[in-house]
Design a protein around this ligand. Structure first.
Ligand code: GLC
Ligand code: CA
Length: 553
């Protein structure tokens, strides 16, 4: 069944780092409104905002202390309403981030739970009696250390699978679920296009809570051991869909990990729990239970395999949301392009290979200008709580401080969170004040302003990709056409057909050296090329280093 979001282009904003309208160093909602025309020009239809609700910002807003308020650092409720209205004028949709696996320990519910742990609000959380010298379970939180913390002023402990300032909400409790649905509908009534749904696979715990085999020296085990055992999340998700999104025909995109293959139709099929879910197959590649320091880098062949695996798994069941990066990942151009080869051509190649996959493309702020990782020289410069923990993990595993820092530099979430580079003016034109997080020093060469006037820039290339997706002649094929890999075994080459009423060939030479391909049939037209020419003799094309082509066959 066709849905309004299938042919859209989405864009993720990390509000704190997008554009600061009042010079306090923190990006804000009025700043987003100022830049709506920029996004509209780029061809963006759907804009997802990372959280801007009231929050102590312990995890940069993923710790919400009031779901009905905008944090004053980001603006006011009127600003938010204005943003929704301004977007609507431009046929754009705003998505907010739905963070309901946990709230903040500064949320009223949590405060009331501390006052009366056996009362109504105690049942909104996972509380267990405190026992001296023994934790309720041996799980390790995603951000390090035990998931159990003392509930202030009581003889109990509470569960937090993320930071201790992010207590998990108890979805088994129908009263909590009602509160969640009420909140979602309240926002949808304001005219939101929908939500991106945070960390949602964590809402279903395997009960009764119990220990699992430790997987590190600390005697703890990853939360994922428990999640693997948990069953029945579908009941919660189906109920949420029916009570909220479905009634509004809203778009929902889930941060879904480790779903069971047979459940895919339930998740993103015609009447799925969500409209779409992110493809994380590339981002999780090479990950290690031991920590970031043990992660193995991804090669071009791995990248290709990851993309095609996901495409095959989903087929025509539904629509993935494809990403190169997000606010939790390093910059894709530094990760998926071999070291030393990150350049204009390779950035464009990566963009085209990803953008033309079947699914909904999500561009993360700065990706469209080829922003890169942030160089760091000391752990004190790092803000990301996850990176700070991984630094300790690396040191504990015997790495030298220099090696540990190199690991952090590779994976830190700060890489994606540095201020958006608008121009070569002070602070990259992001703020008139001192930015909350260091600006990447390369802003003088990588910024929006210079790329807007450069026909050859990464930004202009993204615009061309969007234009192909929206061209009435190709849209049906790009959106609904099947994806068929070609020359799959060829080293450092990623190529596929998109077949619908037209046939398109997308081919990228994923290396510095040249490489030849022989076409199966002649092409009619070149839709996009990151080089000026195509070197060819009859049906054989000699691809230049990192050359990418989109051909109509
Ligand atoms: C998601 C978010 C991440 C956050 C975590 C806890 O993974 O993307 O930024 O830290 O959930 O809410
Ligand atoms: Ca501001």
């Amino acid at each position: 069944m066709k849905k309004w979001w299938h042919d859209k282009v989405a864009y993720q904003i990390y509000p704190k780092s997008f554009y600061d309208s009042n010079g306090d160093g923190i990006g804000d909602i009025p700043g987003i409104i100022d830049k709506l025309d920029y996004l509209h020009d780029l061809g963006v239809d759907i804009v997802w905002l990372s959280p801007c609700y009231q929050s102590p910002l312990a995890d940069q807003g993923y710790d919400i202390s009031d779901y009905y308020k905008i944090d004053p650092r980001f603006g006011t409720m009127e600003d938010m309403e204005r943003l929704i209205a301004e977007a609507k004028k431009r046929n754009m949709y705003i998505l907010m981030d739905l963070v309901v696996n946990h709230c903040s320990d500064e949320h009223e519910w949590f405060r009331k739970a501390c006052e009366d742990p056996d009362g109504k609000y105690g049942r909104f959380f996972y509380l267990r009696d405190k026992e001296e010298g023994k934790l309720p379970t041996n799980w390790r939180s995603y951000f390090g250390g035990s998931v159990w913390e003392d509930l202030p002023g009581t003889d109990k402990q509470y569960l937090h699978v993320f930071h201790k300032k992010q207590p998990d909400l108890n979805w088994e409790n129908p009263e909590l679920r009602e509160e969640v649905y009420k909140n979602i509908n309240w926002w949808l009534d304001k005219g939101l296009g929908g939500f991106r749904i945070d960390a949602i696979m964590n809402i279903k715990k395997a009960l009764p809570l119990h220990d699992y085999e430790p997987d590190r020296e600390d005697g703890l085990c990853s939360v994922s051991a428990m999640l693997q055992e948990a069953r029945g999340i579908g009941e919660f998700l189906g109920e949420m869909r029916d009570r909220t999104f479905k009634k509004y025909d809203a778009f929902s995109v889930g941060e879904v990990f480790n779903e069971k293959p047979e459940e895919l139709p339930d998740f993103i099929g015609d009447n799925g729990y969500f409209s779409s879910m992110f493809d994380f197959n590339e981002t999780i590649f090479g990950g290690s239970e031991k920590g970031w320091y043990d992660a193995k880098p991804i090669t071009p062949d791995d990248y290709k395999r990851c993309c095609f695996e996901s495409q095959k798994r989903i087929g025509e069941i539904g629509f993935l949301s494809n990403i190169i990066e997000n606010h939790d990942e390093p910059r894709g151009v530094c990760r998926y392009i071999p070291e030393g080869d990150c350049c204009l051509e390779s950035k464009k190649m990566l963009a085209a290979l990803n953008f033309m996959l079947r699914g909904i493309p999500f561009i993360y702020q700065g990706q469209e200008i080829g922003m890169e990782n942030l160089p760091i020289s000391s752990i004190d410069e790092v803000d990301d709580i996850s990176a700070r923990d991984e630094y300790k993990v690396a040191l504990a595993a015997g790495l030298s401080p220099e090696e540990a820092l190199r690991t952090i530099a590779r994976f830190s979430r700060d890489n994606a969170r540095t201020p958006m580079q608008w121009s070569d003016e002070e602070n990259a034109g992001f703020s008139a004040g001192k930015p909350w997080l260091k600006v990447n020093p390369n802003y003088s060469s990588i910024n929006v302003e210079s790329q807007l006037s450069d026909e050859n820039s990464v930004l202009q290339f993204y615009k061309k990709l969007v234009a192909i997706r929206k061209d009435p002649a190709y849209k049906e094929t790009v959106v609904y056409g099947i994806l068929e890999p070609v020359w799959e075994e060829k080293h450092n080459l990623m190529a596929y057909y998109r077949k619908g009423d037209k046939t398109l060939l997308v081919v990228g030479n994923y290396q510095r050296g040249e490489q030849e391909i022989t076409l199966e049939t002649a092409y009619r037209k070149v839709l996009l090329n990151n080089y000026k020419d195509i070197v060819q003799e009859k049906g054989t094309i000699r691809l230049q280093g990192y050359q990418v082509l989109i051909l109509e066959m």
